[in-house]
Design a protein. Structure first.
Length: 444
């Protein structure tokens, strides 16, 4: 190791001191002449600057100058500043890389640093910026070299200083400004990246929500979806509706246990598999058995299961086949009469619970004019009243829907009002995902 390069130290004033640390990493203390010490850390940082000096306290400055003793004189801070500037010096980029540790607050780079071997007069600065992307960097320019100083800021330096204008107050202010500006730039970049990720996730999740395929059908359709986890567009609930070439309308709604991103991904897989199998001609027990195989292969643990309700409506719209796999039974209203639950005694278990389960298909008479509402348990598991322990349940939901139908609500308005009232009765946000579908047919 080479001998320490002495750095001129100004006379100490009350309330403020300046310390210098040359390439040999010794510290000259103006209060105790001749005392030396070693730095508390070594090695290349390159990833993060010192974050402990925001708003006050000591500052550590790394000066990269080929002649720190002859051309850079440690400035004297103004009296009453309450700040000690610790100056660490490096005579070239190799020494700078060795001295660039986590306790460095700012780097001052001499733009006239020789030996870069590059025609670019900003090459030393650019090298430092690559070496320390998260540190604040100041450029030191010759007096009057405004163009090069401005270019330093354009390529990434936080500010520039002219060699002949350095004084203690200016240097302290410039260091603090550079550090805070760098922190603000990093925070803004992280915020921008976070927003971009959120937008990408939102576009992805919107793309995973289904588009009903009902061309050629005279049925009305409405859907309302609300994930249980905050800041998400997709949860463990899933639904879909398609019309096959024979005119049959197939509708499905399901719920993967849990409502995190893994459950949301599994729900999307089951929905896409259901659509493909339905368009391939499967229905009833065959379709559900195949979906269970998909679930068993895709789930992360054997404890994961999914409930499902499928309805296939005949081309004339008067009859339907109903299959329940551990899922709540749909609601139906016929010819404007009161809503009631469809039969659910013959349902099968949830998908993923029993390896060789069966799901019987029950025939249901719909009539000429009807409305059919499918939903997940997030709608009925909230409280029946704020502070109550009793759940809303299916019977409470039937009463709620009948009251809203009596008030003339239909379609999207009915679904939004139902979810809003369930949230109001719960005394706050519903904690589980909620999906509600409404299919209807007006008789001739």
């Amino acid at each position: 190791m080479s001998a320490p390069v002495p750095v001129p130290v100004p006379q100490q004033r009350t309330g403020s001191t300046v310390e210098t640390q040359p390439a040999a990493e010794t510290i000259g203390d103006p209060g105790t002449s001749g005392t030396t010490g070693t730095s508390g850390s070594s090695g290349n940082s390159g990833s993060s600057g010192n974050s402990g000096n925001s708003g006050g306290g000591d500052l550590t400055l790394l000066v990269i100058d080929d002649d720190p003793a002859g051309t850079f004189t440690a400035p004297e801070l103004p009296e009453g500043a309450g700040t000690r500037v610790r100056i660490r010096t490096a005579r070239n980029l190799t020494e700078a890389e060795r001295l660039l540790t986590d306790d460095i607050d700012c780097i001052l780079v001499d733009l006239a640093l020789p030996g870069s071997g590059d025609s670019d007069d900003l090459a030393p600065l650019k090298h430092v910026l690559r070496l320390a992307p998260r540190h604040a960097v100041l450029a030191l320019a010759a007096e009057g070299d405004v163009e090069r100083a401005a270019g330093a800021v354009r390529v990434g330096a936080q500010d520039y200083l002219f060699r002949g204008e350095l004084d203690g107050r200016l240097l302290s202010r410039a260091i603090r400004y550079a550090v805070e500006r760098k922190r603000a730039d990093i925070a803004q970049r992280q915020l921008t990246e976070s927003r971009l990720r959120a937008q990408e996730n939102a576009r992805l999740e919107r793309g995973l929500l289904p588009t009903p395929l009902l061309q050629g059908s005279d049925l009305t359709f409405a859907a309302h979806y609300r994930p249980g986890r905050s800041r998400a567009l997709l949860g463990g609930d899933f639904y879909d509706t398609v019309r096959t070439p024979d005119g049959t309308v197939h509708v499905m709604i399901g719920d993967v246990c849990g409502h995190g991103p893994d459950e949301a991904a599994l729900g999307v897989e089951l929905r896409i598999a259901w659509r493909a199998l339905t368009l391939a001609g499967l229905c009833g027990d065959r379709l559900l058995s195949t979906l269970q195989q998909v679930l068993e292969h895709e789930r992360e643990s054997e404890e994961i299961f999914a409930t499902l309700c499928t309805v296939d409506i005949t081309p004339d719209g008067r009859r339907a086949g109903l299959c329940l796999a551990g899922h709540p039974s749909p609601l139906i209203t016929r010819n404007g009469r009161a809503t009631q639950l469809l039969p659910y005694e013959e349902g099968g278990p949830a998908l993923g619970l029993l390896p060789r389960a069966r799901w019987p298909r029950r025939q249901v008479e719909l009539g000429a004019s009807w409305g059919l509402m499918l939903y997940t348990d997030g709608l009925i598991e909230g409280r029946a009243a704020p502070g109550a322990t009793r759940r809303l349940g299916q019977e409470g939901m039937v009463e709620m829907i009948n009251a809203q139908l009596a008030g003339g609500l239909t379609g999207d308005d009915l679904l939004q009002s139902a979810v809003a009232q369930a949230r109001e009765l719960n005394g706050g946000e519903l904690t589980d995902d909620v999906a509600v579908l409404l299919l209807g047919r007006e008789g001739t």
